[in-house]
Design a protein around this ligand. Structure first.
Ligand SMILES: O=C(O)C1=C[C@@H](OP(=O)(O)O)[C@@H](O)[C@H](O)C1
Ligand SMILES: C=C(OP(=O)(O)O)C(=O)O
Length: 458
């Protein structure tokens, strides 16, 4: 139907990561944000009127979200945007999704794949459906934490059958409505527990008051994204930042507006391309980089500058320029954890040690990212050790070999970054990048081909 990979990919396939002959010099149009697209779909599905998502990301995680909403009765139509939106790019050739809300129905069956946003954001939606909604996904989805959502929904009045582990598979017995009200959640293993409850809360009878009870809360920018998008859809939200109580978010019950939303490029998926500028001492421009955003990927400007590059944000986008020298960093990535794999690769190619902190929760992401990064970089000759809450990376000369990717899109893009500087890196199952990036190999070789072409011209 879509031509985009919706399975975890083929483990036997090895992709020879291309090395860079010299400094890269390219403009790369990065597809839309996964996090914005999947929040946009949910808010549009819960709205009181139809809405639009323009330049949505069309990748495994977002197609699973769209399929799940359709399974509950929501209309999501593929259309072509009007020309007013300008350039199209790989997010779907100027395409848009028209979302037509409808009564939410069960019985339905939802495949979450290995998408945190699907497995966590949809159970509260399912609690509003008028029948049972069964959730299952890839084997890894059974291991990823979901207890925060399950326990909170039960406390708010939902009936859920699981196998007692607080994880998938499970069935949410939608009752057509949910009481809502105050609830305590330990979201130290995933910010998505908080986002999940807030996103559907305008439709709960009493809205919601979410109180985070755990220790540290990761990925705060993603919670800010949830709050911003709720407000843009007309919801009333109180936050700790706006003078509210620490660790407490409140959403009032209200109707949501149908929006016309243009999805920003996925700045976390810009990471490998910006890294290419840093690693090769070249220059990469990402068009449409937003001036203001809640996406954690915006932090790349600061992090990669500290590692030795420089950047300029203009009307055309973000241009990042490297010098060929990479400095190690000591960085707390607690708020921007999903940037870790690419930063780890850059750090492995630096000229001094790096310490990446505050990211213990990455052990429960698509794979155990700390263990996987340490093992795979070390198999290429690196010196990476796991600490209690992160990684210590001591650069060493690397050699080629197979880089296993554990069905983790960000492991595969991190491997491609190493491959720019190291001959003979074979990336296992590069197709797993389709979780959030359609045709990553095409974009990557396109970046390198553009470099060769501009070098030939000069
Ligand atoms: O809400 C979101 O869109 C996300 C929140 C973060 O999850 P965690 O808080 O589980 O790290 C992030 O890592 C994930 O890629 C996307
Ligand atoms: C952690 C990630 O994804 P998910 O939305 O599946 O949690 C990620 O994309 O880095």
């Amino acid at each position: 139907m879509t031509g985009i990979e919706t399975s975890p990919g083929d483990h036997t396939a090895l992709w020879p990561a291309p090395t860079a002959d010299g400094a890269v010099d390219a403009t790369v149009t990065v597809p839309g944000s996964k996090s914005v697209t999947n929040r946009g779909l949910i808010l549009a599905a819960l709205a009181a009127e139809p809405g639009w998502l323009r330049r949505p990301l069309r990748s495994r995680d977002t197609l699973l979200m769209a399929a799940a909403l359709r399974a509950m009765g929501v209309g999501i139509e593929e259309t072509v945007s009007d020309g007013a939106l300008g350039s199209s790019g790989p997010s779907g050739g100027g395409e848009a999704w028209r979302v037509i809300p409808a009564g939410l129905h069960g019985p339905a069956t939802i495949d979450v794949g290995n998408a945190g946003t699907v497995m966590r954001f949809l159970p509260p939606v399912a609690a509003l459906a008028d029948g049972p909604v069964h959730f299952d996904g890839d084997p890894r989805s059974h291991e990823r934490p979901l207890h925060g959502v399950i326990d909170a929904l039960r406390a708010l009045g939902a009936r859920i059958d699981d196998d007692g582990r607080g994880a998938l598979p499970m069935t949410v017995h939608g009752g057509g409505a949910l009481d809502g009200g105050p609830v305590r959640v330990d979201a130290s293993s995933s910010s998505q527990f908080v986002s999940a409850l807030l996103l559907s809360a305008p439709r709960f009878n009493q809205g919601v008051e979410v109180r985070h009870t755990g220790a540290a809360l990761p990925s705060l920018p993603h919670i800010r994204m949830t709050v911003d998008m709720l407000r843009a859809a007309g919801a009333r939200v109180d936050t700790p930042e706006a003078g509210g109580e620490r660790g407490v978010w409140r959403v009032a019950p209200s109707a949501l507006l149908g929006r016309d939303l243009v999805v920003e490029p996925d700045l976390s998926n810009a990471a490998p391309f910006l890294a290419a500028a840093l690693v090769t001492g070249g220059r990469v421009t990402i068009p449409d980089w937003p001036e203001r955003t809640t996406q954690p990927g915006d932090e790349l400007r600061r992090i990669f500058t500290e590692m030795g590059g420089s950047c300029e944000l203009t009307d055309t986008g973000l241009t990042f320029t490297g010098t060929g020298r990479i400095t190690g960093i000591d960085a707390d990535l607690h708020e921007v954890g999903e940037l870790t794999p690419v930063i780890a690769s850059v750090a492995a190619l630096a000229d001094s040690e790096s310490v990446l902190r505050g990211i213990a929760h990455l052990r429960l992401h698509e794979t155990d990212r700390l263990a996987a990064l340490a093992k795979e970089i070390n198999e290429l000759g690196g010196d990476v050790t796991e600490t209690e809450d992160g990684l210590r990376i001591r650069p060493r000369p690397l050699h080629g070999g197979i880089f296993h990717t554990y069905e983790d899109h960000r492991l595969a893009t991190a491997a491609a970054v190493l491959g720019l500087a190291v001959d003979g890196v074979l990336v296992e199952n590069v197709a797993t990048t389709a979780k959030t990036l359609p045709d990553f190999p095409g974009l990557w070789t396109g970046m390198l081909d553009a470099t060769t072409t501009s070098a030939r011209r000069s």
